[in-house]
Design a protein around this ligand. Structure first.
Ligand code: NI
Length: 177
């Protein structure tokens, strides 16, 4: 790791940044040294906390950017997710299929809840080089993309749950009746 790249403190639910839409960046701003440093710190922070994604406002910056990534071979998603940085993300649903699955969030520690998400989405925005980014995601990666883009619009996964009855502490999951 480069000298001086810091792990960031992840903002927790209640921090005002998590409930406000964030500021979009121009391509030249994306390429600035400060913003390039920020995304490196976000990637390091995501790893440190074993997250799959991290949004700018979770890293204490009021900026429209998220990182996502997951090593191959995990139980959750064996294919892994390539480390990806997207600025000014926008989502377009593809098809009309939905999937329900457990979600958690580094800003809402220790909890999990069932959330219905679009199965397939197209993600557009700017890449870390400031150029146009466009990619289609399906299944678990599509879920991550929707979760992180929600963050940048001031939403957390709790807002997407159909009620709070499935909300549970991670340590109590799988206990059965
Ligand atoms: Ni989150």
């Amino acid at each position: 790791m480069s000298v001086g790249i810091a792990v960031r403190k992840v903002t927790q639910l209640g921090h005002p940044y998590l409930r406000r839409p964030v500021r979009r960046l121009k391509p030249e701003e994306v390429r600035s040294a400060d913003v390039q440093r920020l995304v490196r710190e976000m990637a390091v922070t995501m790893d440190e906390y074993d997250g799959v994604g991290l949004a700018g406002n979770q890293a204490g910056e009021d900026l429209a950017v998220f990182v996502m990534g997951l090593p191959k071979g995990t139980k959750r998603h064996p294919d892994g997710i390539q480390l990806t940085v997207v600025f000014n993300p926008e989502i377009r649903p593809i098809g009309d299929e939905w999937e329900e699955d457990w979600e958690g969030c580094l800003s809402v520690p220790d909890l999990r809840g069932m959330v219905r998400r679009r199965k397939k989405v197209e993600l557009t925005g700017l890449g870390p080089d400031g150029k146009a980014f466009k990619r289609v995601y399906e299944g678990f990666p599509a879920r991550v993309v929707q979760h992180e883009t929600d963050h940048l619009n001031g939403l957390v996964y709790l807002d997407r749950m159909d009620g709070l009855k499935t909300l549970c502490y991670l340590g109590e999951m799988g206990r059965g009746g």
